[in-house]
Design a binder for this molecule. Sequence first.
Ligand SMILES: [Zn+2]
Length: 335
Amino acid sequence: MPKITHSTDVDRELFDHELDSFVPDVICDAHAHLWARDDLPPAALTGAFGTMDVPVVDLATYRSYMAELLPNRRIAGGLLIPGAVGATGAGLTAENELVSREARWAPGWRSSFLITPQMDPEYVRSEVRRLGASGLKCYYVHSGKSPSWDAEIPDYLPERLVRVADEEGLCITLHMVRRRAVADPSNQHWIRHYCETYPRMRLILAHAARGFNPYHTIEGIQALKDLPNLWCDMSAVADVGACEAIIEALGHERLLYGTDFPVSHLRGRCVAIGDGFLWLYEDTLDWSTVWFLPLQPVLIGLESLRVLKQAAWHQRLSDRQVEDIFCNNARSTLG
Ligand SMILES: [Zn+2]
């Protein structure tokens, strides 16, 4: 099981050497999870989220971890997303209240409301208003499809809830699934249909349009370049190519920095293999035997920053444009 870990000397050396001169002073995180241990469904307790030994992972906990990943940087805000993937009933309600409470008293922070496809639109509307949420978050695990990774977007993000997002002026963070992500015709169809039909809804495709295999984003994002209410966050992406494709197709203004905390604090990275991808975590293999020197995987959050640095370099972005990706774009997208 991958573990949420603290920064080590190896992480700090990599940051100092490769990233310190690139990462701006002020940062907004468009994709950060908070959660309470008691809200996690049993399956999540045996996963990475369950390795955190505090009862509530709140904004203060998040900040302490971020100070390690991004030393001497100011996290000025962003979007808090409930972390209890798969939670239902009281656990789900408690998660939505947790992120709302944390965002309410922290300047610059906004919260997302975790939906399930079964929810009544008027319930979502009244809860979003009550909690002051700025966005909706859906998870494919609620789709009821088997296998859930093959679900089509309306299976976990039904149109009637997208309409609520449009009427309430909300963003929606979408981690799409299916083998080829944004290169999949069904995913492309539904993204276009939702964006065109609901222009006040702002759609954020998480993980560089789920570009864990960058070739899917390189192939698919061009088809969506004319949609003005489409953004991407680059959280947890560790392979070069997807961020460049987004900047080329949509413009740098539509790319948002995000950590996907706590994924940022797992070790390893995701790599494209053939037409898919593979997550290599600290415990996936024996790192001491796979190279001529012992390999030491670093925090995924660092791998992700390296990718963004490469994208900025390849796209010849100015310092100001890099600052936009790290903060200004999120500020304007999230209001
Ligand atoms: Zn996430």
